[in-house]
Design a protein around this ligand. Structure first.
Ligand code: PLP
Length: 454
């Protein structure tokens, strides 16, 4: 028997005995037991009891093309038969790796034509730190060693990624007191609803970006290697900067010769209705991180895009002493390229920009306008955050330890919808293949969950 209560009970026992869950409170897990997902098709997944769940999170902001894509399985099987793996570094590579790099150059913003492959978003960002430090050394500016990130920025779980990210609980895990590696600094997150006070969104955009310039001046521009940010901060609660913010960040980075590094792990591959979030905000990064939607999560793969200035320095700078056994894994590369073909052939970027994205925003925006528990809807395209409020009239936020969002998430799950609780906000990031009918279902179940929480 592969579905049902006994099967689930047995799996949970084994899980409890042997499996360490990432990002999970072990005690809560024992009380509640894992949700075990065993199958997926389109925008739905099924748990081991056979319950069908609408996946409002595309797995973990990943499955842009939806579940059950036989063509991706076929590409993987073909490549596995032909050449499952090869990497010797030095002067070798494989056809899928070359082909994916060339294909990425077609869809990434102009000027970002050179790619380094890794396996996860964390590794990609960690690679950026090492490669950018190397770049500045080759350029003859070895003092440029400091990086600036943002509060509530999420860039992954490796030591460097945690340090450049702004997730305090992650930084506090090893030792009390916000422990990070040296050389990493943070500015505030551009969340107007929470921090804007009396300022207009336009003025707040300028003052939030000015924090970057203040920090660069404090550290000395000759010491600052790069600024890193997500176009819209995902795991921080879908924090959408006000209009003008990114343009101002770009201006400041250029002025001080600080590299602008944009982490597109969530926003890339159509999520905001453009191929990349940088295009949505009309800015030109020097470096860009990609993962998740790159393969729609079908296989682990990530990439870093560099501009030609950095590429030339990397090429002329001697041995690049950096890389992973699975950098440019041929099966993952073949699947990623086929995934990009699906996004393009099915017009998923345009569909998100012109049809599903606007409808999703209208429907979720209406929930935010109507529901007394919600203070604000954030996000763009098929990415949304709903800020839960203790009292929206007086703009009183829930305390940080409030369980309201967790309660909302659990009720949604009982009603067949997967959404995520981030702090005191609910977040949604469905597959880009979602239909209007499925958006209606998602909205209806979101309201049910909010009603039960209020
Ligand atoms: N960057 C961003 C913006 C992310 O959202 C994530 C993961 O959620 C990462 C980096 C880390 O990616 P991974 O979990 O693949 O290491």
């Amino acid at each position: 028997m592969s579905i049902g209560h006994n099967y689930t009970r047995e799996l949970r026992q084994l899980d409890d005995r042997h499996n360490i869950h990432p990002f999970c409170d072990g005690k809560q897990l024992i009380e509640r037991g894992s949700t075990i997902i065993s199958r997926g098709e389109g925008c739905y997944v099924w748990d081991s009891d056979g319950n069908r769940l609408l996946d409002g999170m595309a797995g973990l902001w990943c499955v842009n093309v939806g579940y059950g894509r036989n063509e991706l399985a076929d590409v993987a099987a073909k490549q596995m038969r032909e050449l499952p793996f090869y990497n010797m570094f030095f002067q070798s590579t494989t056809p899928p790796q070359i082909s994916l790099a060339a294909r990425l150059a077609e869809v990434t913003p102009d000027g970002l034509d050179h790619f380094f492959f890794a396996n996860s978003g964390s590794e990609a960002n960690d690679s950026i730190i090492r490669m950018v430090l190397h770049f500045w050394k080759v350029e003859g500016q070895p003092t440029k060693r400091h990086f600036i990130g943002r509060n509530l920025g999420y860039h992954g779980s490796t030591m460097a990624a945690v340090s450049i990210g702004g997730m305090k609980p992650m930084q506090d895990m090893h030792a009390a007191g916000h422990e990070i590696l040296p050389g990493f600094h943070h500015i505030g997150e551009p969340h107007w609803y929470r921090h804007g006070g009396d300022q207009s969104p336009e003025d707040f955009a300028k003052s939030a970006a000015a924090e970057l310039e203040d920090k660069i001046i404090e550290l000395g521009a000759e010491n600052v290697a790069g600024f890193i940010g997500e176009p819209i901060q995902g795991a921080g609660g879908v924090i959408e900067p006000p209009a003008g913010y990114w343009k101002e960040i770009e201006r400041i980075c250029r002025k001080h010769d600080v590299l602008m590094i944009v982490d597109e792990v969530i926003c890339g591959f159509g999520r905001l209705g453009e191929w990349f979030g940088a295009q949505y905000y009309g800015v030109q990064p020097d470096v860009m991180t990609m993962a998740k939607g790159l393969s729609s999560g079908y296989l682990p793969i990530s990439a870093v895009a560099f501009n030609s200035r950095i590429n030339e320095a990397l090429r002329s700078g001697g041995v690049l002493s950096h890389g992973y056994t699975y950098s440019g894994h041929p099966v993952a590369c073949a699947v990623a390229e086929a995934n990009i073909d699906i996004i393009e052939n099915e017009g998923l970027v345009e569909r998100t920009r012109e049809e599903t994205g606007p409808y999703f925003n209208e429907v979720i925006g209406q929930i935010a306008a109507d529901h007394p528990l919600v203070g604000e809807k954030r996000g763009a395209g098929l990415l949304a955050g709903l800020q839960l409020m203790q009292d929206r009239g007086s703009k009183t936020f829930f305390e940080a330890g409030s369980t309201a969002a967790i309660q909302c998430r659990e009720t949604a799950l009982e009603n067949g919808l997967i959404m995520r609780a981030v702090g005191t906000a609910m977040v949604l990031c469905p597959p880009l293949t979602i239909t209007r009918g499925e958006i209606d279902e998602l909205a209806e179940k979101t309201v049910m969950a909010l009603d039960a929480t209020a």
